[in-house]
Design a protein around this ligand. Structure first.
Ligand code: ZN
Length: 137
C-alpha cells in the first residue's frame, strides 16, 4: 500500500465559513497517482469540521442555521469558564464531524453525482489546517 499526505491551511475572513475543498482533495489524489483506495480528509481542530454534501448555497445556509439552532453562539457555556468564548464551535464540530473517508476508484474520487467535500469553519479568522491522506495502490 502507498500513502500520500498533504496539509492544507485555511485562514477564513469570517467566524463561520463553508469551503468546498473537493478540487483540492482531487488534486492531492492526482499527484499521488493512487488508483484504488481511500482518501481521508480530517480537520485538525476541535472547532472545525469536514463533511460531504451538496454544493448548493440555500442548503449551506440551512446547515448553518441548523447548527446555530442546536449549538447557538452565546455566553452561557461552561467551557467559557476557562476564558474561551467558543463553546458553540466545539459543539458544532461534534454535530458535523471532524473527518470523512471518500472512496478512490480508477484514480478518481468516487463521489455520488451531488456529493462534494466541505471544510466547515466554526471559529475562524485564524490559521487552521486539514490533513488529506490518500491510501491505496
Ligand atoms: Zn474552546
Amino acid at each position: 500500500m502507498r500513502t500520500t499526505t498533504e496539509y492544507v491551511w485555511f485562514n477564513t475572513t469570517r467566524k463561520r465559513e463553508f469551503i468546498n475543498i473537493t478540487q483540492q482533495v482531487a488534486d492531492v489524489l492526482a499527484k499521488s497517482q493512487i488508483q484504488e483506495g481511500l482518501a481521508l480528509v480530517s480537520a485538525m481542530h476541535i472547532t472545525a469540521g469536514v463533511y460531504v454534501n451538496d454544493a448548493e448555497s440555500g442548503l449551506i445556509q440551512d446547515i448553518e442555521d441548523w447548527l446555530q439552532k442546536l449549538a447557538p453562539e452565546g455566553p452561557d457555556y461552561r467551557h467559557h469558564r476557562t476564558g474561551e468564548a467558543n463553546g458553540d464551535a466545539h459543539l458544532k464540530n461534534l454535530l458535523i464531524g471532524h473527518q470523512v473517508i471518500v472512496p478512490v476508484t480508477d484514480g478518481k474520487l468516487d463521489l455520488g453525482p451531488w456529493q462534494q467535500i466541505y471544510y466547515a469553519e466554526f471559529d475562524g479568522r485564524r490559521k487552521k489546517r486539514i490533513i488529506i491522506k490518500i491510501m491505496g495502490e
